[in-house]
Design a protein around this ligand. Structure first.
Ligand code: ATP
Ligand code: MG
Length: 313
């Protein structure tokens, strides 16, 4: 069996500051500070690692924050082969008010990656050992052209990898031209891609099938509490998660990507892998802040996911 690689071109160090109650114009005492490695590809790595699946995180890191990010991933058991660039990896700040559970999130844009540095990621993908899956996620570094995603996808496919693309907006529309095997837009991302607001299931299915015809074999449309719609060839399924007490949905979609890869990598068919994808997303909603699914929660949720077969020919 080959290796799973995740790619995050613009990773982040998520820094959570826990305070009692937010007050204006007075010093707010920080009760606790926590830092986590973040970014959509990195989230996929973290969930796979939590499942005991070996994987490596690729992308760009910079400066002290980059070192810290890498150190945390390695400490928790995720392999890394990041390309060092100049500047400083972005730090997102999350202020969490303990009294109310309220959170304020400040997202930073991250360091510029120069064109000659950016292209290095393609060389890394050319050389990685036995790629079975390459999962690409998240925003581009400022100024980077979305064509880089297409190049990465084409390179990974030439290497024989199954490519998963979970990006937004122009990165998604350009990336699709590289024919990733799997994409996982949420309903807003799919609507944007299709150029119209999709609401009814029939409209979503039609939009997904149109993308299949463009060469993307499997389209997973995540719909928050309504679960995930999978469209692949003649097959279409909808998996619906159980009702849960949602704490925070950050990273739910990334966890679904990890769950799907986990299923496929252990030999599941699409329907079974879809159940893992759905359960992994829902398991992440049970966790505070940027914390992600635990294996224990996912395994508890799996038997509670209901799958409807819409078509199967
Ligand atoms: N409120 C919820 N209740 C139960 N499950 C949920 C809820 N929100 C998300 N999920 C689970 O997580 C999966 C992915 O969530 P969602 O559709 O919100 O992804 P996303 O918008 O890509 O998220 P992200 O912020 O990580 O990019 C859903 O398909 C579902 O299985
Ligand atoms: Mg998402």
């Amino acid at each position: 069996m080959g290796m799973i690689y995740t790619i995050t071109l613009n990773p982040a160090l998520d820094r959570t500051l826990l305070i009692d109650e937010m007050r204006e114009d007075v010093p707010n005492r920080i009760i606790r500070e926590e830092s986590y490695a973040g970014g959509k590809g990195i989230d996929v790595s973290k969930v796979l690692t939590a499942f005991g699946i070996e994987n490596r995180a690729l992308g760009f890191i910079a400066g002290f924050a980059g070192r810290q990010l890498e150190g945390q991933l390695v400490r928790d058991g995720t392999g890394c082969s990041f390309i060092p660039v100049s500047g400083e990896t972005r730090i997102n700040v999350i202020v969490h008010e303990i009294a109310t559970g309220r959170q304020i999130i400040f997202n930073s844009i991250g360091p510029m990656v120069k064109p000659f540095e950016l292209i290095e990621i393609v060389d890394v993908v050319k050389r990685v050992e036995e790629p079975e899956f390459v999962s690409i996620g998240g925003s581009l570094p400022p100024g980077a052209h979305p064509e880089i995603y297409r190049k990465i996808i084409e390179t990974a496919r030439l290497r024989g990898a199954k490519v998963v693309l979970d990006v937004d907006r122009e990165a998604l529309s350009v990336g699709i031209r590289g024919k990733p095997d799997i994409i996982k837009p949420n309903i807003h991302e799919l609507s944007h891609l299709s150029g119209k607001k999709l609401e009814k299931r029939g409209e979503i299915l039609e939009a997904a099938r149109k993308i299949n015809r463009k060469g993307v074999e499997t389209v997973l449309v995540s719909m928050g509490p309504k679960g995930i719609l999978l469209v692949s060839d003649g097959k279409a399924y909808q998996a619906v998660p159980p009702k849960v007490e949602v704490v925070n949905t950050i990273g739910a979609g990334d966890s679904s990507v990890a769950g799907f890869i986990y299923g496929l990598s252990k030999g599941d068919d699409l329907k079974e892998a879809l159940i893992w994808a759905t359960a992994a997303g829902t398991a992440t909603t049970l966790r505070r802040g940027t914390a992600l699914a635990t294996r224990e929660d996912v395994e508890k949720i799996v038997p509670l996911v209901e799958v409807e077969t819409i078509s199967e020919d």
